[in-house]
Design a protein around this ligand. Sequence first.
Ligand code: NAP
Length: 295
Amino acid sequence: MDAVVIDGKKVSEQIKAELKVKVESLKKEGIIPGLAAVLVGNNPASESYVNGKARACEKIGVYSEVIRRPADITQAELETIVRGLNQRPEIDGILVQSPLPGHIDELTVTLTIDPHKDVDGFHPHSVGMLLLGRPTFRSCTPYGVIELMRRYNIDPSGKEVVILGRSNIVGKPLAAMLIQKAAMADATVTVCHSRTKNMKEICRRADILIAAMGRPELVQADMIKDGAVVIDVGINRVEDPGRDKGYRLVGDVDYEACRHKATFITPVPGGVGPMTIAMLLTNTVYSAEQRRLKA
Ligand code: NAP
């Protein structure tokens, strides 16, 4: 039987509709959640991500502000902008869009963000709290993976989860989330990377296989076990002269081959992708709710 297709677009719309209700209730108490994005340079992909985030904010009633600066901004200038945003009470979330120009030390910029406004979940404070199993901002893409599973009643408790990829924004935080002694966690987690030996054998053990490598369709049907849940975080452009744009998007999983063997599978696009912004909004609204509690 074919796998159930996990519809990330639909789930992300549900989340946004739920957030809109929360935002309306916050507004009744005089609080408008606010998100500020700092965009450095003119990378078209970053521009499009930031615009997408701003549009999503607008749709649910969250105030959004984009601060654009040229690529030759200095480290000190960028940090001054972030410190200024830290001081503004109406800004609940701050994100500095990466990649940043080579002369900028990204970690130091992240460290400048007030951890109470770290809606991307990249600040070492958030990462540390996550590891300790304490409430904190969770980085948006892995948080989106967990939320997708939750909404499809896929409970990782006691399951063998194999994560392909160990980046700081996806693989590592996802592993940290899934090993917690907590709901939607309690999994036995293996993290693979480019130096992993016998990856195929390791993948075949997985009850839940999560691919986040940026390697087009590397996961083939012979790498998954019958009945596995397959979550594809990868987004890759592959040449396709048949398309107007000259390319199409594929994941790290060979979707057509694997969907006959899996029980659940995420498509690309339309799987994990739309969840990232939904979880960024979730973090921003959560941050505004904390502001209300402190008021
Ligand atoms: P990244 O920083 O490049 O990390 C890739 C990871 O995959 C690294 O840990 C690397 O291992 C590992 N890897 C690469 N090739 C491998 C191979 N052949 N076998 C095993 N492991 C391999 O990438 P990322 O930022 O985590 O992103 C991963 C993918 O997710 C990309 O396609 C990206 O576009 C996508 N993504 C999607 C969203 C979203 O849906 N919103 C968000 C973020 C990322 P080493 O550590 O050994 O180099």
